[in-house]
Write a protein that binds this ligand. Structure first.
Ligand code: KE4
Length: 420
C-alpha cells in the first residue's frame, strides 16, 4: 500500500498551512506517519489520493451519520444549487430547520443557527452570562467545546491529543472565569457551588464525552448537574454537538431524560456541511438580538446549502427511526471484537477503544491509556484498510452505511491485533 501522493502533497501543505492541516487532530501527530489526503468518499468508504480505500470510522468527526454522499443529502444539495448559494436574508428552509430541531428536541423551544460547533458554544456561553448577569462557567476536564477562548482550559480533543497545557493567547482573565472540574465527580461540583454558586452563570458539559475518547456519564451525574444548577439559578448547557441526533434522535438528553436550559448542536445537523446551532428555553433565547440585547450574528448563518443538507439529514432520520437500532446492533458487535487488554466505552454508535485494562470514567483515567500502543493499533488498522480517528482521545463513529460485512471485516482486524 503506497501513500506516496499523500506524503508529497503533505510536504507542500506544511509550507502553506500550519502543520499542513486545517484542523490539528487531522495531522496524525499522536499516531505517527503522514495524514492521508482523501480524494473521495462513498457510503462507509473513503479513498485516498493513492487510490487506497478504507472503511471509515471517523465520518468527518461525526457529521456523516448516514455515511458519505447519501442520496437524500446529495439530491437536496443539487436542488438547492439551482436556486443560489447564499442570500444574507431569511429563507423558508431555515424556519423548517428550526421546526425540525425543536420538534426532535423539546427543550429547544427556540434555536439560532450558526456555522460551527465552536460558534454555538461561544454564543451559548454569552447568552448564559447575559441572561444570569453572572461570569463564571463550569466545564469538565477532558471535555472539548470548540476553540472558544474561555473553554480552552483543560480541554480534550486536539488539545489533549497534542498534550498542550492549554493554549497560549488566552488571557488569564478569560481562563479565570472558567472552573474546570473532574467529569463524573459530584464532590468537586458540590464544593464549587457551595463556594461560588451565586457567581456561576452556567455549567457546560458533553452529556456523553467524546473528546477524551468516549466517556459516558456516571449514573445520576447528569441529573445532579440539572438539580444543582436549578438550585443555584445557574443554567445547564448540554453540548450535544457530537451526541445530538447521534446517540438518539432526541440526543443524549432524550437518552438520559434530562431537560437542559440550553443545548448546542453541530455535526449531524449539517449533513457534512458547516453548521452549528444553539437553542433552549424561549425566555432565554428571546434575549438574543434582535429580539433582545445579547448580540450574536453570522454572515452565513442559516446558509441555504448547509440547511438543505441538514434538513435532508433530519427528515431522513425522522422517517427512518430503525436506523438507531441498526447503529446500536452493529456498533455493539464491532466493540465486542476489541483487542484483549483494552477498555471499550460506547454509547450508541460512538465508541473508543482505550489501551488500558482499567475503567475509563474521566480524564485522569483516560490519560493513563498507553498512547504508544494505540498508535501501533491505529497504524496496523490503517494498513488493513480501517480508518480510525488518529488519536486515543477521540470517539470513533459507526454510520448507517456500515454494512454487516464491514463490521465483520473490521472485527477480524481488531481481533487479530494483540494489545498485550
Ligand atoms: P467545531 O467548531 O469543530 O464545529 O465544533 C466544536 C465542538 C464542540 N463541541 C463538541 C462536543 C465537539 O466534539 C466539537 C468538535 N469536535 C472535534 C472532534 N472531537 C472536531 C474535530 C476537529 O477539531 O477537527
Amino acid at each position: 500500500m503506497t501513500r506516496a501522493n499523500s506524503e508529497k502533497i503533505f510536504s507542500k501543505a506544511q509550507k502553506l498551512i500550519p502543520g499542513g492541516v486545517n484542523s490539528p487532530v487531522r495531522a496524525f501527530r499522536s499516531v505517527g506517519g503522514s495524514p492521508l489526503f482523501i480524494a473521495r468518499g462513498e457510503g462507509s468508504r473513503i479513498f485516498d489520493v493513492d487510490g487506497n480505500q478504507y472503511i471509515d470510522y471517523v465520518g468527518s468527526w461525526g457529521p456523516l451519520l448516514l455515511g458519505h454522499r447519501h442520496p437524500a443529502i446529495i439530491e437536496a444539495l443539487r436542488e438547492t444549487l439551482e436556486t443560489g448559494t447564499s442570500f444574507g436574508a431569511p429563507t423558508t428552509r431555515e424556519v423548517e430547520m428550526a421546526e425540525a430541531i425543536s420538534s426532535a428536541v423539546p427543550s429547544i423551544e427556540m434555536v439560532r443557527l450558526v456555522n460551527s460547533g465552536t460558534e454555538a458554544t461561544m454564543s451559548a456561553l454569552r447568552v448564559a452570562r447575559g441572561f444570569t448577569g453572572r461570569d463564571l462557567i463550569v466545564k469538565f476536564e477532558g471535555c472539548y467545546h470548540g476553540h472558544v477562548d474561555s473553554l480552552l482550559v483543560k480541554a480534550g480533543s486536539g488539545v489533549a491529543t497534542l498534550g498542550l497545557p492549554d493554549s497560549p493567547g488566552v488571557p488569564k482573565s478569560f481562563s479565570d472565569t472558567t472552573l474546570a472540574l473532574p467529569f463524573n465527580s459530584t464532590d468537586a461540583l458540590e464544593q464549587a457551588f457551595r463556594q461560588r454558586g451565586d457567581q456561576i452563570a452556567a455549567v457546560i458539559v458533553e452529556p456523553v464525552v467524546g473528546n477524551m475518547g468516549c466517556v459516558p456519564p456516571a449514573p445520576g451525574f447528569l441529573q445532579m448537574l440539572r438539580d444543582i444548577t436549578a438550585r443555584h439559578g445557574s443554567l445547564l448547557i448540554l453540548d450535544e454537538v457530537m451526541t445530538g441526533f447521534r446517540v438518539a434522535f432526541g440526543g443524549a438528553q432524550q437518552l438520559y431524560g434530562i431537560r437542559p436550559d440550553l443545548t448546542t448542536l453541530g455535526k449531524v445537523i449539517g449533513g457534512g456541511l458547516p453548521i452549528g446551532a444553539y437553542g433552549g428555553r424561549a425566555d432565554i433565547m428571546n434575549r438574543v438580538a434582535p429580539a433582545g440585547p445579547i448580540y450574536q450574528a453570522g454572515t452565513l448563518s442559516g446558509n441555504p446549502l448547509a440547511v438543505a443538507a441538514g434538513l435532508a439529514m433530519l427528515l431522513y432520520l425522522k422517517s427512518h427511526p430503525q436506523i438507531y437500532a441498526q447503529l446500536e446492533a452493529r456498533s455493539a458487535a464491532l466493540c465486542a471484537a476489541a483487542p484483549r487488554g483494552t477498555t471499550v466505552n460506547r454509547v450508541g454508535s460512538m465508541f473508543t477503544i482505550f489501551f488500558t485494562d482499567q475503567p475509563v470514567t474521566d480524564w485522569e483515567s483516560a490519560k493513563k491509556s498507553d498512547t504508544a500502543r494505540f498508535a501501533d493499533f491505529h497504524r496496523t488498522m490503517l494498513d488493513a484498510g480501517i480508518y480510525l480517528p488518529p488519536s486515543q482521545f477521540e470517539a470513533a463513529f459507526v454510520s448507517a452505511a456500515h454494512s454487516e460485512e464491514d463490521i465483520r471485516t473490521t472485527a477480524r482486524c481488531f481481533q487479530g491485533f494483540s494489545a498485550s
